[in-house]
Design a protein around this ligand. Structure first.
Ligand code: ARG
Ligand code: ZN
Length: 845
């Protein structure tokens, strides 16, 4: 059934307290619950005592000590209950070892772990599994395993048991339990009011040397949230656990964050700079949820962006502070365009706050998370930093302990700033990426900028109203001097003009500085102007963007018209890479070519059918041309950016390594792999080792190193994931499906581990020319595996269906093949709700 936001009704009961007792067993865990219910005075509908419950074996149920016989269905149970307050008790049996969906209580490599968001708690016991029902939990775990963890503070422990009490009322989705033979890296943090908090990072034996970075990241996050948002931690203990089998990145369970091991474990030898940065960001993200998510939670799952958008925004501020703000902003823009714009422009488009769903797990999307964060960034830009801080203080003050809505959130900003946000609210309800068309006029004295906006139709939303778009603009004089520093134009109408007076010459505009709004900018311009901005702009994002546009137009001309690589682009690039005043990370970003998918979308936007093979060939040719034009500079650039000091996972060293790796990949085109082999042999860290291997594979070299890599790292799961993925990413278009298929034959390939599955199938979907190869082999292989995975793990299957979301771009043959695969999946008997909703949406629109 479809669930609608408009149908929201409070639950008929409140939960006064919850007491759970777990007797752990891999195939027969007993869960005893004792819950005090009372009528909810705020309930609007007749009280119906329905508790959610799935895959539970009910052993017994009692009300006030007397056995009762509820009516049990596949979704839960219903029972007659007394008028007033009563005590509800059940005993159920579950089988964690058979739980391959990784939702609820499951086992992973011998340890017990949970994932309850969004609706996994109902697989643990009967309960009103909805975020607006909040309660205090006491948990007793009985098991012979040495480490037994749950939320809150530890209140008792003894031979074969532990008891935990979480004083902060919480919804069931924040419940967590972990049990196993775990080792901990201990630490401590003293809050600004002087409370000492015990910290632990728990891992399986063998991983204990990969926890330090996560621990440091946690301490930095705790300090940052105090300094920047005034938020302190609120329990005596904070535990982080790494688990190998996990559907997503991590989970913010109160006081007991559970992480995909890929989002915690790191050492210089096994993790790349990119891994370190991601780990730091995810640790921060989950920690920040303690206030934005846990202390203030969501009324219902339609409000998911209330916690996720805000928490992503907060973690991006944190990363900008810890590392390089411009590099982070460019990375976010790349990610948003690569994932969210794609979603917003296709069959899966939905508003930041969706209004209906069949399976909520399908809405943990780039739109809810990343566009949700952009919306908050725009709000901050519009009201200013001070007003933003004031509004956030009011939010924490007013709503602590509550389950809230986007209306509550916006009201706080209205009250704190006096602004009317009714039009701004459209960002939450209208799907689709607004397109802003910019034109200019110069009459010799006045410069006029005209902005037009258009929000495209999306599934279920044919008509759109104009939104509030904060458009940051700067102006440069033809000499290269900035004559108008960044100014914020507020576009609120379909079309609006803004004038600038007192300029001597017609200025060169620097539009959408800092990527001030998640929009597509459409403006007629020339390559001369782009090259000018690339050389002179003061705004790092706009400068990078000019370079990107230049690269794109050069690539399109090559792919489309068979033209030679644009000399102006190559020249500009040559200037830039040698500019010692520029951050190496920025130079690396500027050298990266637009992705295959980006180019495919560009063709689609021009009303053309993209040819994946031609796009692949064009990028190859451009890389060759770049290597050729830089060939006399490469050795020097490489030497100048090779880090020789001991490894530090910080932005400065990481930036150099990423730039050196880009240079190395160009050198490999010229030297038959000598430099890359030397780097591979000398590398004492994964960034250099993998960078070298990748440079070799990209040039059809490196089979020896590939074998050596597997021998060296066969015992390291996360490193082997990289080994699986890199082969698929670098496979030629006509071989990608075969390479992926061969990898699935290996004994160390398993679809039960989402990381390993994604390493192969995710990499295949990302290898655009390979996935979309005219043979259709890529489509078929992915569909075959999604069909195998769905009965075991619906969530991961459904997420991977999005590989097909861009299918309407392609020619009739490819569309026909994709349709066939999608229909083959859709027709499966017993297909999960998750996958069926995704495939249905992709096919329908
Ligand atoms: N709340 C988690 C985070 O963003 C995501 C967990 C979602 N899990 C899921 N199965 N839907 O940090
Ligand atoms: Zn989150």
């Amino acid at each position: 059934p479809t669930i609608y936001l408009k149908d929201y009704q409070p639950f008929g009961f409140v939960v006064r307290d919850v007491s759970l007792r777990f007797v752990l067993h891999p195939t027969a865990t007993r869960v005893h619950s004792r819950i005090t219910f009372a009528p909810n005075p705020d309930a609007t509908a007749p009280r119906d005592f329905f508790l959610d419950g799935e895959d539970l074996k009910l052993i017994e149920a009692r009300i006030d000590g007397t056995p009762v016989t509820p009516e049990v269905t596949a979704e839960g149970l219903r029972c007659d209950v007394p008028e007033g307050e009563f005590v509800w008790e059940t005993e159920v049996e579950i089988a964690p070892d058979e739980n391959t969906a990784l939702e609820g209580l499951y086992m992973s490599n011998g340890m017990y772990s949970t994932q309850c968001e969004a609706q996994g708690f109902r697989k643990i016991t009967y309960y009103p599994d909805r975020p607006d029902v909040m309660s205090v939990f006491t948990v007793r775990i009985e098991s012979d395993l040495p480490v037994l963890l749950s939320n809150g503070n530890k209140v008792a422990t003894g031979e074969g048991f532990a008891e935990w009490h979480d004083p902060w009322p919480k919804p069931a989705y924040l419940f967590a339990l972990v049990a196993g033979e775990l080792l901990n890296l201990p630490g401590s943090f003293t809050t600004r009011s002087g409370k000492e908090v015990e910290l632990n990072v728990w891992v399986r034996k063998g991983d204990e040397d990969k926890c330090d970075f996560a621990m440091e990241a946690l301490k930095k996050s705790m300090k940052w949230d105090e300094d920047v948002y005034g938020r302190e931690y609120d329990l005596d203990i904070f535990n982080i656990v790494a688990v190998d089998d996990f559907n997503m990145g991590a989970m913010e369970n109160k006081g007991l964050n559970i992480f995909n091991s890929s989002a915690v474990l790191a050492s210089p030898e096994t993790a790349t700079d990119g891994n370190f940065e991601r780990i730091e960001a995810i640790i921060a993200h989950e920690y920040f949820h303690n206030w934005t998510g846990n202390r203030i939670t969501c009324r219902d799952w339609f409000q998911l962006c209330l916690k996720e958008g805000l928490t992503v925004f907060r973690d991006s501020q944190f990363t900008a502070d810890m590392r390089s703000a411009p590099v982070k902003r460019i990375g976010d823009a790349l990610d948003l365009r690569g994932r969210q714009f794609r979603e917003d422009g296709g069959p899966l488009a939905h508003p930041v706050r969706p209004e209906s769903f069949k399976e909520i797990n399908n809405f943990y999307t780039a739109t809810v998370y990343e566009k949700g964060a952009e919306v908050i960034g725009m709000l901050k830009r519009l009201v200013g930093d001070e007003a933003y801080a004031k509004a956030l203080d009011l939010y924490f003050d007013r709503h602590d302990g509550q389950a809230c809505t986007i209306e509550d959130w916006l009201k706080v900003f209205e009250d704190a700033t006096g602004r009317d946000l009714s039009q701004f609210k459209l960002w939450y309800s209208q799907a689709g990426t607004p397109k802003v068309t910019m034109s200019e006029d110069w009459d010799g004295a006045t410069y006029t900028v005209t902005l037009k906006q258009q929000v495209p139709p999306t599934p279920g939303q044919p008509e759109k109203a104009p939104q509030v778009i904060p458009f940051a603009l700067g102006l440069l004089d033809p000499s290269g001097k900035e004559v108008q520093p960044t100014t914020l134009l507020e576009l609120t109408e379909a079309e609006q003009s803004f004038t600038f007076k007192g300029l001597k010459n017609r200025p060169i505009p620097s539009p959408l500085r800092g990527f001030s709004a998640p929009v597509i900018l459409d403006r007629e311009t020339t390559n001369e102007e782009r090259a000018f901005l690339l050389a002179h702009d003061t705004d790092p994002f706009a400068r990078w963007e000019a370079g990107r546009q230049l690269a794109k137009s050069a690539l399109i001309a090559m792919i489309d018209g068979g033209q030679a690589p644009d000399a102006a682009y190559l020249d500009a690039l040559r200037q830039l890479v040698k500019d010692e005043t520029l951050d190496p990370a920025f130079r690396a970003l500027t050298m990266a070519l637009p992705s295959e998918d980006d180019l495919a979308q560009t063709f689609a936007d021009m009303g053309r059918t993209p040819d994946p093979q031609a796009i692949w060939d064009g990028r190859e040719a451009m890389r060759g041309a770049v290597a050729e034009v830089l060939k006399d500079d490469l050795t020097l650039l490489y030497a100048a950016n090779t880090v020789t000091e001991p490894f530090r996972p910080d932005a400065e060293q990481g930036g150099k390594r990423s730039f050196a790796n880009v240079i190395l990949s160009l050198m490999t085109r010229q030297d038959n792999g000598d430099a890359a082999r030397a780097q591979y042999a000398a590398a004492d860290n994964m960034t250099q080792q993998l960078g070298a291997l990748s440079a070799l594979l990209a040039n059809d070299l490196g089979s020896l190193e590939l074998g050596a890599f597997a021998d060296q790292w066969q015992g390291e799961r996360l490193v082997m994931d990289k080994w699986f993925a890199i082969q698929v990413s670098h496979a030629r278009p006509d071989q990608a499906a075969q390479v992926a298929s061969d990898l699935t034959e290996r004994p160390d390939f398993t679809m039960k581990n989402p990381n390993r599955f994604r390493a192969v199938m995710g990499a295949l979907a990302m290898n655009q020319a390979g996935f979309h190869h005219a043979s259709g082999a890529g489509y078929k292989l992915l569909a075959d595996w999604l069909i195998k995975l769905d009965p075991l793990n619906p969530q991961t299957t459904a997420r991977m269906c999005s590989a097909f979301q861009t299918w309407r771009r392609y020619d009739a043959d490819r569309q026909g093949m994709i349709r066939e695969e999608l229909e083959r999946i859709a027709a499966l008997p017993g297909l999960s709700r998750d996958t069926s909703e995704m495939v249905g949406r992709i096919l329908e629109a």
